[in-house]
Write a protein that binds this ligand. Structure first.
Ligand SMILES: [Zn+2]
Ligand SMILES: [Zn+2]
Length: 155
């Protein structure tokens, strides 16, 4: 199920053109896939998904389309210390939980009140805070379940 409304092509065209970008079928396909999934895919995963719809698309085009969408505020890029990146079609403020086993990213429904960060800010020595990113790390439900012995038996 889509987690938010996928905006129609006409609105997407306007949003791209407002940022000096052209509407292309490749960009639209990348956007539609990203906005319809809550899996926070990598560029590779977007490429594999979109290729069935737009067979001529290349991985390089997918990369560029993703960066264009991020630049236009139509997607969010999540970067990690190991240099990997995932993309989020959901652009409203929300927080994530990341499984350290399977690397999947989950949207958290809850919100931390801005005031709760004031304790951190007080020790930041003049640092001007403009935003924050919160990510919980741990094991997702599937990875936390002790089912690995069953899988080993079936192979
Ligand atoms: Zn997991
Ligand atoms: Zn998200």
């Amino acid at each position: 199920m889509p987690k938010q409304d996928v905006i129609p092509d006409e609105i997407l065209r306007e949003a791209l053109e407002a940022n000096g970008q052209r509407f292309t079928e490749q960009r639209a396909a990348v956007y539609r896939f990203l906005a319809s999934t809550d899996k926070h895919p990598t560029a590779d995963e977007v490429f594999l998904a979109v290729r069935s719809e737009v067979p001529v698309i290349s991985l390089a085009t997918v990369y560029k389309s993703l960066e264009t969408l991020v630049g236009c505020g139509l997607a969010v890029k999540l970067t990690y210390g190991d240099g990997s990146a995932r993309y989020d079609g959901r652009t409203d403020p929300h927080h994530h939980a990341r499984c350290v086993q399977c690397s999947r990213i989950f949207d958290l429904p809850g919100h931390l009140p801005r005031e709760d960060l004031s304790a951190l800010e007080q020790g930041s020595d003049g640092f001007q805070v403009t935003g924050y990113r919160l990510e919980l790390t741990g094991f997702c439900r599937e990875c936390a379940e002790p089912s690995s012995s069953e899988e080993r038996e079936s192979t």
